[in-house]
Design a protein around this ligand. Structure first.
Ligand code: KG4
Ligand code: ZN
Length: 337
């Protein structure tokens, strides 16, 4: 099955052609440079940028892949969660194409898309498995039994893990997005230099809380400054490494506990934070007890290939959402559908 994927839920405009588990082409235009100066994504600017970029990226995809649109079996578009203005651009464009070329159209849950990114690398992956979804907007532990059997068994009660990276990065004066910078600096830092608490780690549930960590980092910065450090001499690498270690410890403790309690050995990672190099190192140390599946770096961040891959699953189940698709920015509402 050959499917065109469209993703515009946040700050990446992306279009892709996926045939079964094979990515024919996947084009991503990141708006990070545009939003950077504001310290985060500005929703209205994101929507305007998608509007400008999406048609150009789509023509480029068609030219590059040399596949006539007539050969496509269906179109998959991100329906939510995400920024409403941004989602509207992708959904409207997809409806236009479906109408013009008389194609089946399915709306894909962005979170499910992140999970299915793994099938592009591991076609042999089979449910049931546990997912740790760690992005800028969500931190979730899910139990997956099949495409339509995805249960959230744990989530962050406040900031998402990626959001914690981004906020701590801002406190350290490192800009947006924080994850990649902290990842880099932490390589030259001592993760034991500061002992930040691991919030909720021993609670019986699978939930997370990361908002206290940024406050702890802020207090530490203030304490260091009072004891004579300046902006220039702050031990940024050690602070980055210690904060990163606290986030990763909690994530891995909870997801392995969820796998054990559910009698599962397969753990699938998804979302932007799954690109973290220290996380990948720590996972190696646990690989005798669990089988970890990590999406390739290019499919960790938002991309349309994962949306097309999840769309194939929905199309195979016989769905055609057609022109009824309504963008749904609210995450929990989406997971109920
Ligand atoms: O999944 P994603 O691309 O977008 C959504 O939020 O849907 O995730 C973006 C998040 C950002 O918070 C970013 O700081 C984080 O993923 N991130 C990382 C790394 N690369 C991106 N966090 C830690 N280490 C990284 N290497
Ligand atoms: Zn995402």
């Amino acid at each position: 099955m050959l499917v065109l994927g469209i993703e515009t839920s946040c700050d990446e405009t992306s279009v892709a052609l996926v045939e079964d588990d094979k990515v024919v082409a996947n084009l991503i235009y990141s708006q990070i440079a545009t939003h950077k100066k504001f310290g985060g994504v500005v929703p209205e600017i994101a929507a305007r940028e998608h509007l400008k970029t999406l048609p150009i990226l789509f023509s480029e995809l068609m030219d590059q892949s040399n596949v006539p649109i007539e050969q496509v079996d269906g179109i998959a578009v991100t329906k939510g969660p995400g920024l409403i203005g941004a989602l509207l651009v992708g959904v409207s464009f997809a409806k236009g194409l479906a109408l013009r070329y008389q194609k089946k159209l399915v709306g894909v849950n962005h979170i499910v898309g992140h999970v299915y990114a793994n099938y592009l690398a591991y076609p042999q992956l089979k449910p049931p498995y546990i997912v740790l979804m760690v992005s800028g907007g969500h931190t979730l532990i899910m139990k997956v039994g099949g495409y339509e059997d995805i249960k959230i068994i744990g989530r962050s009660v406040d900031d998402a893990a990626g959001e914690a990276f981004d906020k701590i990065s801002r406190l350290l004066g490192l800009g947006y997005p924080g994850g990649p910078v902290i990842d880099q600096l932490a390589k030259n830092g001592n993760s034991k230099a500061f002992s930040f608490t691991r919030p909720k780690i021993y609670d019986p549930d699978f939930d997370f809380s990361f908002s206290g960590l940024k406050t702890a980092v802020l207090y530490e910065i203030n304490r260091l400054k009072k004891s004579g450090y300046t902006e220039e001499t702050l031990p940024i690498n050690d602070l980055a490494a210690s904060a990163q270690e606290a986030i990763l410890d909690v994530l891995l403790y909870k997801v392995t506990k969820a796998a054990k309690e559910n009698g599962l050995k397969d753990i699938v990672l998804a979302g932007g934070v799954a690109a973290n190099s220290r996380l990948r190192q720590k996972i190696d140390e646990l690989s005798t007890q669990f089988n970890f599946y990590l999406p390739p770096l290019e499919f960790c961040s938002d991309n349309a290939a994962m949306i097309a891959r999840a769309g194939i699953e929905r199309l195979k189940l016989g769905y055609d959402d057609g022109l009824d698709i309504e963008p749904s920015p609210n995450f929990f509402e989406m997971m109920m559908q």
